[in-house]
Design a protein around this ligand. Structure first.
Ligand code: UD1
Length: 417
């Protein structure tokens, strides 16, 4: 079993190149299925969720080659429309294969998606939208099946700007006849990236970046080469690490234009940040100042960075308030932070955190991907050694968090237990 061992209280100094974005690349891999041809994606992170999606594409008949950070997908041989349970159970993003498979093969089947246990995570918005576009939906027990002889454009009104539902609708709509409008679409940067990718493949999507997306369906697709931008959540995690440990770091390859909320929060906590041309220089001289934030759909503060902020707030000079508005079980990590001496009280959707420094090294268990990274961040501000179990969660989204943080002077390593 892999475990991350951290010995805290070392300042960080140096540079980290930020990996490509997980939440961007997974929908691009799904969208490749819409086209029968060759798709090349560069700057692809070597993370477990990408390997899982690769396993799905290959089991459906595609030929893929993943060398370094370049992924080539030959989708001409796509044959099957059923996502194998073994992969579907492993990650949430398996559900976004419904739209492209429906568009290309007129049918798709998958189990209810797996992924991190951070809340109920229903897929009703995905399914009702596909139904409105002409699909027959059969959802029972553990299986979802959709089929449609032909999809047609439609006006879809989302009651919540779901990222996954917006992605599924976008992909199905590009293969539909007529015009689809998504009202109340998610505005996360990953949606914008997917739209740009689909347009580069031949689709015609207007309103990119807004909450009203208009898709002129039925345009022919063609081969494309596309680069994945840097991962804003990984960059935010390393800023959290800097706030916990102190020091001076430079992050390279960061989508700074999509990090407004994160940069405002870390500046508010006393981190000096200069962001320009895709690089961030950040300096932390003292313990963090307390923070008050609420998570929400983009451009609000990202729920994916809530646990990391909880870890940084645990060592702040004062009392922080962090409200989670998106996933009801994201506070599971608080219990692990408490084992390291953090003073956190959860009241409904709000965490009240009274900072203390240093934390105490401990043996803790990652409960989900971002929560696992938050425990590593907490370990950097803890006296003595911490051991963080549950590496299989962390490796779903971070190429090598130990390599990255050790490169800037943290005393941590990945070991077999
Ligand atoms: C994506 C991201 C995840 C991020 C989240 C919110 C990927 C691979 N994952 O997840 O990292 O934290 O966006 O930014 O990109 N909901 C429903 N019905 C639905 C769909 C969603 O009620 O049909 C609810 C969910 O339970 C949740 C909220 O909407 O409370 C947000 O979910 P959604 O935006 O769909 O997140 P994901 O696409 O799963």
């Amino acid at each position: 079993m892999s475990v991350i061992r951290v010995r805290g209280l070392q300042n960080l100094h140096g540079e980290i190149r930020i990996q490509g974005s997980k939440n961007a690349v997974l929908p691009l891999m799904a969208a490749a299925l819409l086209h029968s041809g060759i798709i090349v994606i560069t700057n692809v992170p070597r993370i477990q969720d990408v390997f899982c999606m690769l396993g799905i594409l290959e089991s459906l008949g595609c030929h893929c080659r993943f060398e370094g950070h370049e992924l080539m997908m030959d989708t001409r041989s796509l044959l099957l429309s059923r996502v194998p349970d073994v992969h579907g159970k492993q990650m949430r993003s398996s559900v976004i294969l419904l739209g492209p498979l429906l568009g290309r093969l007129h049918e798709a089947e998958t189990c209810y998606p797996g992924g991190c246990s951070i809340g109920r995570r229903p897929v009703d918005l995905h399914l009702s939208a596909l139904e409105k576009m002409g699909a027959e939906v059969w959802a029972k027990e553990d299986q979802i099946r959709v089929s449609a002889k032909a999809l047609h454009g439609s006006d879809i009104y989302l009651s919540f700007p779901s990222v996954g539902a917006t992605e599924n609708i976008l992909m199905a709509a590009t293969a539909s006849s007529g015009i689809t409008r998504i009202h109340g679409a998610a505005r996360e940067p990953e949606i914008e990236i997917l739209c740009r990718f689909l347009n580069a493949m031949g689709a015609a999507i207007d309103g990119i970046g807004s909450d009203l997306l208009t898709i002129h369906g039925g345009k022919p697709f063609h081969d494309v080469v596309f680069a994945v931008p840097g991962d804003r959540i990984v960059a935010g995690t390393y800023l959290g690490a800097l706030m916990a440990a102190g020091g001076n770091i430079r992050l390279l390859g960061v989508p700074t234009e999509h990090m407004g909320g994160t940069l405002a929060a870390v500046r508010g906590m006393g981190c000096e940040v200069k962001a320009q041309h895709g690089d961030i220089c950040a300096c932390m001289k003292e313990r963090p100042r307390p923070v008050s934030l609420c998570t929400g759909p983009y451009p609000e503060f990202s729920t994916d960075l809530q646990s990391v902020m909880l870890a940084a707030a645990s060592v702040a000079q004062g009392r922080s308030r962090i409200r989670e508005n998106v996933f009801e079980e994201r506070f599971a990590t608080a219990q692990e932070l408490q084992k390291m001496g953090a003073h956190i009280i959860i009241k409904g959707k709000t965490a009240l955190v009274t900072g203390t420094y240093p934390l105490a090294g401990g043996v803790v268990q990652a409960r989900d991907l971002r929560g696992g990274a938050a425990l590593v961040v907490a370990g950097l501000a803890a006296e003595g050694e911490s051991r963080i179990y549950g590496y299989s969660y962390i490796s779903r989204g971070y190429e090598d968090i130990s390599r990255d943080l050790a490169a800037v002077g943290a005393d941590l390593s990945l070991e077999e237990d």
